[in-house]
Design a protein around this ligand. Structure first.
Ligand code: 13P
Length: 247
């Protein structure tokens, strides 16, 4: 399995930020893992041009479940693919919270993404209240069952565990907590899609930074990271790429 370092720029970045893409590629021309950046959709085509000939893949941060039609302001998976995306993040907790996205909607979007030739990066994760209530595995298991298409394969799915309370807070679960969830995700995914689950990349996301990447990447069933804030600077994201390459 080729591990995956993925960056999610969220609603950050303008054309000036393409310098970071160029710096990342220049510093890591042949990393020992796959590199993915998901900038705002407005930058995918330009970032793809900047990344031409390099190993860097581009991705979107959301797509519509329909292929086309009267959906003002939305983007289809095929449009993202056309702009140069190979992946699309789906069901991020910020989409679930800000836009009321349900597991059923994320499932429909994932099917649309695969139909258009994109690999969905499906996100699951518990809130702090859910963790405190001892509901973490139940919540994540239900999200996985509801969001992941049963026909998924190792080539058509990436799964990201992002505890909501660790996103953008500087707080991370203990390594034992990450290990527990990732082992659970592998088992639950096997129950859902069968033997293909062994090859699906399971990413950890939530306050990953250069200083904690190495220890997180040593946790069993952590096959990469989904990085927010630290992906905005080539130096920081590059250090995480280097840590994953060495893992
Ligand atoms: P941070 O790395 O900023 O905590 O964000 C994580 C995230 O939400 C990536 O999708």
């Amino acid at each position: 399995m080729r591990k995956l370092a993925a960056g999610n720029w969220k609603m950050n970045g303008t054309a000036a930020s393409l310098a970071e893409v160029q710096a990342l590629i220049a510093a890591h021309p042949a990393p020992g893992c796959e590199m993915l950046l998901c900038p705002p959709a407005t930058l995918i085509a330009q970032a793809n041009w900047a990344a031409r000939g390099s190993i860097l893949a581009l991705g979107g941060q959301d797509c519509h479940a329909k292929a086309s039609g009267a959906h003002t302001g939305d983007l289809s998976a095929a449009m993202l693919k056309d702009a140069g995306a190979a992946y699309v993040i789906l069901g991020h907790s910020e989409r679930r919270a800000d836009h009321g996205e349900t597991d059923a909607l994320v499932h429909a979007k994932a099917e649309a993404a695969v139909a258009a030739g994109l690999v969905p990066v499906v996100c699951v994760g518990e809130t702090e209240a859910q963790r405190d209530a001892g509901e973490t595995l139940a919540v994540i298991g239900a999200q996985l069952d509801g969001s992941v298409p049963a026909a998924s394969t190792a080539a058509t799915l990436v799964l990201a565990y992002e505890p909501v309370w660790a996103i953008g807070t500087g707080r991370t679960p203990t390594l034992e907590q990450i290990a527990e969830v990732h082992a659970f995700l592998r088992d639950r995914l096997t129950a859902r899609i069968g033997a293909e689950a062994a090859g699906v990349r399971l990413l950890y996301g939530g306050s990953v930074k250069p200083s904690n990447a190495t220890e997180i990447f040593a946790v069993p069933h952590v096959d990469g990271a989904l990085v927010g804030g630290a992906s905005l600077k080539a130096a920081d994201f590059g250090a995480i790429v280097a840590a994953l390459s060495a893992a």
